[in-house]
Design a binder for this molecule. Structure first.
Ligand code: ADP
Ligand code: 5GP
Length: 198
C-alpha cells in the first residue's frame, strides 16, 4: 500500500557492501548536517568501533521480530544471514518536519520503498570494478572470510539490479562521487518542485 507524507522527502542509497556508501554518507552529512540519516535496526553484531544507537540499533532476533510484528519498520530484509530494517517513527517525524531523510539500505528494502513511496529518489552506488570492490571489502578489515564471500556473492545480484534505480553513481574518486550525489539531490528536488507547480 502506498503512503504519502507531506513536506520533506525520502532518499534511498543502495549499493553492494564495501562500495563506500557509509564513507560517502559520512562526508555528505558533514556538508549537510540538516539532512536526517536514518539509523537502522539489525541483528548483526557490532563491528569494532560501532556504537549502539549511532551506527545501528543492535537487536536480538526476538526484539527485531517484535518490531516487524508491531509494524514499526518501514521496510526490512535479510542480508548475509542477518536482519536489517528501518525504524518507521523517526524517519516519518523527520520527513513531516520538512527534512530530507536518507535511508542506506540493501536491494530488497529499496524495492519495498519503491512500492510504498514511489516518489522517493533512489540512488545506486556502483564500484569501479568487482576487483576493486573485493579490495575495499578486504581493506576495511572488519568482516570474516565467510562474510566477505557472502557479501561478494550478493554484490553481483545487487549490481544486476542497478538499472531499477533512478540514477547510478560510480564511486571511483570519492570527492567526484560525492559531488555527483549532492548535485543529484538538489537537481531532483528542483524537478519535483517545478512539477508540482503545474
Ligand atoms: P559500505 O558502507 O558501502 O559497505 P564503506 O563506506 O565501509 O562501504 O567502505 C568500504 C571501504 O572502502 C572502506 O575501507 C572505505 O574507506 C573504502 N572506500 C570508500 N570509498 C572509496 C573510494 N572512492 N576509493 C577508495 N576506497 C574507498
Ligand atoms: P553492513 O552489515 O555492512 O552494515 O550492512 C549490510 C547491508 O545491509 C548493506 O547493504 C546496508 O545498506 C544494508 N542495510 C543497512 N541498514 C538497512 C536497513 O535498515 N534495511 C535494509 N533493507 N538494509 C539495510
Amino acid at each position: 500500500m502506498q503512503e504519502r507524507w507531506s513536506s520533506g522527502r525520502l532518499i534511498v542509497l543502495t549499493g553492494p557492501s564495501g562500495v563506500g556508501k557509509g564513507t560517502l554518507l559520512k562526508a555528505l552529512m558533514k556538508r549537510h548536517p540538516e539532512f536526517y540519516l536514518s539509523v537502522s535496526a539489525t541483528t548483526r553484531s557490532p563491528r569494532p568501533g560501532e556504537v549502539d544507537g549511532q551506527h545501528y540499533f543492535f537487536l536480538s532476533r526476538a526484539e527485531f521480530q517484535a518490531l516487524v510484528e508491531q509494524g514499526e519498520l518501514l521496510e526490512w530484509a535479510e542480508f548475509a544471514g542477518n536482519c536489517y530494517g528501518t525504524p518507521r517513527r523517526p524517519v516519518q517525524a523527520a520527513v513531516q518536519a520538512g527534512k530530507w531523510a536518507i535511508l542506506e539500505i540493501e536491494l530488497e528494502g529499496a524495492r519495498q520503498i519503491r512500492d510504498t513511496f514511489p516518489e522517493a529518489l533512489r540512488i545506486f552506488v556502483l564500484p569501479p570494478s568487482m576487483g576493486e570492490l573485493e579490495q575495499r571489502l578486504r581493506g576495511r578489515g572488519q568482516d570474516s572470510e565467510e562474510a566477505i564471500a557472502r557479501r561478494l556473492e550478493r554484490a553481483r545480484a545487487e549490481i544486476d539490479a542497478a538499472n531499477e534505480f533512478d540514477v547510478q553513481v560510480v564511486n571511483d574518486d570519492l570527492d567526484l562521487a560525492l559531488d555527483r550525489i549532492e548535485a543529484l539531490l538538489f537537481s531532483s528536488a528542483d524537478l519535483q518542485a517545478n512539477a508540482s507547480a503545474y
